[in-house]
Design a protein around this ligand. Structure first.
Ligand code: ADP
Length: 193
């Protein structure tokens, strides 16, 4: 199984590149952000609670994230591998991911990290906000999300760097170029071929 976490700040292009990666490698796609937006769109009480947190740019609880991840994995028992997008986002989620991998008797390829300069991220997200209708793609919320990223998510990068399975990728340039860089890292560091 090929289990990968696609990592990077808001606006790095994780969603776009995920689509290509899951198609190429036949992976189950777990985007915690998409799942949370689906729950919000359903209008449930849980969705309302989630919306209060995400529309301010803050992170929802690890417990809730683990519940939605387990639900997806349990309903797709024959997946060839998993691509996580937007998870792990905290140090404790990184540890939860490792226990999940153990529980599934599989291994973890590592973290592919899309690197994009901060100013470009802000521009991309402001532009996306004009069409996405996402309540968190507004300048004040974008800055809050970047702050959350720097405080809570960057330590995840250091954690996997120390373990030796953190692979940075230049996230600027054309979509094809970026995809090729991701694929090159996968081919280099996995025993697929
Ligand atoms: P982006 O990476 O552009 O911020 P996402 O779609 O990944 O967008 O996430 C949107 C929001 O959903 C986040 O700002 C956060 O509030 C919440 N969220 C997504 N994934 C997680 C997670 N693993 N842990 C906690 N909160 C999360």
């Amino acid at each position: 199984m090929l289990n990968i976490a696609l990592f990077g700040p808001p606006g790095a292009g994780k969603g776009t590149q995920s689509e290509r990666l899951i198609a190429k490698y036949g992976l189950l796609y777990i985007s915690t952000g998409d799942m949370l937006r689906k729950e919000i769109a359903s209008g449930s009480d849980l969705g309302k609670e989630i919306n209060e947190v995400t529309s301010q740019g803050h992170l929802v609880s690890d417990d809730l994230i683990m519940r939605i991840i387990r639900k997806t994995i349990n309903s797709n028992p024959h997946a060839k591998g998993i691509l996580f997008d937007g998870f792990p986002r905290t140090l404790s989620q990184a540890k939860l991911l490792e226990s999940l991998i153990e529980e599934l008797h599989t291994r973890f390829f590592g973290v592919l990290s899309l690197e994009v300069p901060r100013q470009e991220l802000i521009e991309r997200l402001i532009n996306r906000g004009k069409v996405s209708g996402r309540s968190d793609d507004r300048e004040d919320v974008i800055l809050e999300r970047l702050k959350e990223y720097e405080a809570k998510t960057l330590p995840v990068a250091e954690y996997f760097e120390k373990k030796g399975n953190y692979y940075p990728v230049n996230g600027t340039g054309s979509l094809d170029e970026i995809f090729e860089r991701l694929v090159a890292q996968i081919e280099k560091h996995s025993n697929l071929q």
